[in-house]
Design a protein around this ligand. Structure first.
Ligand SMILES: [Zn+2]
Length: 272
């Protein structure tokens, strides 16, 4: 069991430190191991990689844990860099949070090189995780997350699932969308459902949340009961949506990977 405690202090490496290695949004893993894991200090030293930057993430099993951006050839056996999305099924549950954090901290750092107010180069703050401008009074740039609402709509023994235009055929999921500036989660939920499938919902019930580092979403999962209206897909994002009986569901996201799958699994268990 891995236990991760995030922290923002600046920590030094130790021989027991652990490292997640990233190169251009791809993460290093071992081809001959089922699950993604961090490198040990020795492995990183022997990798021959050109290390560009190291960010402290927190403590993994009480040892300092870092994300490292690196370039060049890796001389360790059986390793490759791959897109994190393609690795989703190979991330152990108890490492998801630290890997999500690794990706997002690196992405934040890469995306905050210059001041958005005056265009000067940003520098790292010595005391906290923030990028600061030494030329103007711009507020510090902290890592940001983007909240999204994700909703399973139900009507007795049926749930509403939708096919996104980018999904493979015969693959359906719950509805999701970004929360707009000024909105509450609940009003965003009602608006997204109305926009995407044209129906109204009631009795909104919170389920749980999940970090989703593509690149920096926080998914807030809800159940909502059907209230009124006819299904009308928006045909931009959603090209098909329908009610499905709980005992006759189409292909849906696996529950070990996404909160969408968890919402569906929970509702089916609770109502079968
Ligand atoms: Zn500035």
């Amino acid at each position: 069991m891995n236990i991760f405690k995030p922290a923002n202090s600046i920590e030094k490496d130790t021989p027991e430190s652990k490292y997640f290695v990233i190169n251009s949004n791809q993460i290093l893993s071992f081809k001959n191991e089922n699950f993604l894991r961090p490198l040990s200090s020795d492995e990183l030293n022997w990798s021959g990689l050109d290390i560009k930057r190291k960010h402290f993430l927190g403590h993994l099993n009480n040892e300092p844990c870092f994300v490292v951006s690196a370039e060049g050839e890796c001389s360790l056996d059986q390793v490759h860099f791959s897109d994190l999305r393609s690795m989703l099924g190979r991330i152990p549950d108890d490492l998801f949070s630290v890997i999500s954090r690794a990706i997002q901290i690196q992405h934040w750092f890469d995306a905050h090189k210059f001041c958005g107010y005056c265009g000067s180069e940003l520098k790292e703050d010595a005391n906290e995780r923030a990028m600061i401008c030494s030329n103007c009074n711009a507020p510090p740039a902290y890592p940001k997350i983007s909240p999204c609402v994700i909703t399973l709509i139900h009507r007795d023994d049926e749930i509403l699932l939708a096919h996104n235009v980018n999904f493979p055929d015969n693959f359906f999921s719950t509805l999701a969308g970004f929360i707009e500036p000024g909105e509450s989660v609940e009003s965003a939920l009602v608006r997204e459902v109305q926009e995407e499938v044209g129906i109204n919902v009631k009795n909104i019930r919170y389920f749980g949340s999940q970090s989703w580092p593509f690149p920096s979403q926080l998914m807030l999962g809800y159940f909502a009961e059907f209230s009124s209206g006819e299904i009308k897909p928006d045909l931009e994002e959603i090209d098909e949506a329908a009610w499905f009986k709980l005992n006759n569901l189409p292909n849906t996201p696996p529950s070990n990977i996404s909160i969408s799958g968890k919402l569906i699994e929970y509702y089916v268990k609770e109502n079968s």
